[in-house]
Design a protein around this ligand. Structure first.
Ligand SMILES: [Zn+2]
Length: 453
């Protein structure tokens, strides 16, 4: 019987779907498959053939918007363009290969009409849209997208998935490099703590750690918490095997007060990015709506991912795809929360649990969700079907026989019926097993490879 360790071993060595398929198919199919793979590779290379130096400068353009609406409407207002001194992203993979996220930012060269940059992401606003409050009133959230700085006039477009899961344009604004109000002002210039720096930001996954609720006197504690965060990545596979593909830097940004807001207990702290528990009345959900402040602090270092470390011993956190991750630093379970939340934010993984709260209509079961590690079985071919043994039934019974198998287990994404997860247990489900299932492992490795090409 194949153990989950064996499955994970195989997954590490099958770094992409093509390779995985190659090694598991009979030899007679190999030649045909290889030819098709070469063709696919050429196509992908052609799609991504945007020359960075032709279109972009090695800095970031940040577009700040206000995103407002209720449960059914979603509208945007432009606030400002900010020119930032670092670009931490890839210079080779400029067009998003994953098609993950509920939103997609696009940069379109105004003169040629060519799309020169795309990236998927999610927002806190869309989560608020699933709350009861959103069925009764409108609210407004700060949002911000960062793209490489265009050399010439460019359209910055935001697309949103409609009810059928298809991206539609919902907002655009033209960036004109000659516009005098594009501000190069950097609000902060805090020193940086290099917790784990291995090379060129363009070839690495750059995580910027923002301290929330650490006072000036607590900056040494923050540095040791940054070191502890690096140790978390050193502990959990597949991150530990790829640790040298990461740069991890802390911004030494002090808060006026120590700690974090806990509204249910009447505790309020004056902190630099204003994180709080009780987001949407969920005790352990710690987030911030002050997204412009988050981006202002993050701008002190090159980054792909923002990690907010909250100075608290209370259990909790949150992670939103290509938006931010949040966790507290001093809870016994912090290591697992850190790696779980980061995997939402970095690899776009969904929660694999059904949840205490059933979010009706959180997912439309008539379409395939975009997250790789859950499926409604509407289009399972696009997910991990290639990793399921032919003898494993679909759906897969939650019996001991299948505890260590890759399968299709009912109950995932806060949805007890009609949504399925790939493993009996996983770090995206409970923290009992201390490891990611083979499907999440595969998805994380795919994302690491894309950032480091
Ligand atoms: Zn998983």
């Amino acid at each position: 019987m194949e153990t989950s360790d064996n499955i994970i071993y195989h997954t590490y060595h099958f770094l992409d779907k093509s390779d995985y398929i190659c090694r598991t198919l009979k030899l007679k199919n190999m030649r045909k498959l290889l030819l098709s793979l070469i063709f696919t590779f050429i196509c992908i290379s052609a799609i991504n053939a945007v020359e960075f130096d032709k279109y972009f400068e090695n800095r970031s353009l940040r577009m700040d918007v206000y995103h407002w609406g209720d449960s059914k409407t979603s509208k945007f207002i432009l606030d400002k363009f900010v020119i930032e001194k670092y670009w931490g992203g890839s210079k080779t993979i400029l067009l998003d290969e994953f098609n993950y996220g509920s939103y997609m930012v696009k940069v379109i060269d105004a003169q040629s009409g060519k799309t020169i940059y795309t990236r998927g992401y999610c927002t806190l606003f869309q989560e608020w849209q699933t709350t009861e409050e959103a069925s009764k009133m409108c609210r407004c959230y700060e949002e911000s997208v960062s793209v490489p700085l265009p050399k010439n006039n460019a359209i910055i477009e935001i697309d949103e998935r409609n009810g059928d899961g298809v991206f539609e344009k919902v907002f655009s604004a033209e960036y004109d490099p000659k516009e005098i109000y594009n501000t190069p002002e950097q609000r902060y210039d805090f020193p940086i703590y290099d917790a784990h720096v291995t090379g060129d930001p363009a070839k690495k996954i750059d995580i910027v750690i923002i301290p929330d609720g650490y006072t000036t006197e607590e900056m040494d504690k923050f540095k040791s918490d940054c070191d502890a965060l690096v140790d978390v990545f050193r502990t959990f596979e597949p991150y530990s095997s790829y640790l040298d593909d990461f740069n991890i830097r802390g911004v030494l940004a002090p808060s006026v007060e120590s700690g974090t807001d806990i509204p249910r207990e009447g505790i309020w702290k004056n902190t630099i990015v204003d994180c709080h528990f009780d987001t949407f009345y969920s005790d352990r959900y710690n987030t911030t709506e002050s997204y412009f402040a988050v981006k202002d602090v993050a701008a002190c270092a090159p980054y792909d991912q923002i990690y907010i470390l909250v100075n608290s011993t209370v259990y909790g956190g949150g992670g939103i795809y290509n938006y931010y991750s949040v966790s507290t630093s001093g809870n016994m379970a912090s290591a697992k929360v850190i790696i779980h939340e980061f995997s939402h934010a970095f690899a776009g993984l969904a929660d694999e649990y059904s949840g205490d709260v059933e979010y009706e209509e959180y997912y439309n079961l008539k379409i395939e969700p975009w997250e790789f590690n859950i499926t409604s079985l509407v289009d399972f071919d696009s997910k991990w079907k290639f990793m399921v043994d032919k003898k494993t039934p679909i759906p897969t019974p939650t019996t001991e026989k299948y505890y260590d198998k890759v399968g299709v287990f009912e109950g995932a994404g806060y949805t007890p019926k009609g949504m399925y997860r790939p493993a009996y247990d996983c770090m995206m489900n409970t923290f009992r097993g201390d490891k990611f299932c083979p499907v999440c492992t595969y998805a994380i490795i795919q994302m690491i490879e894309a950032y480091t090409k």
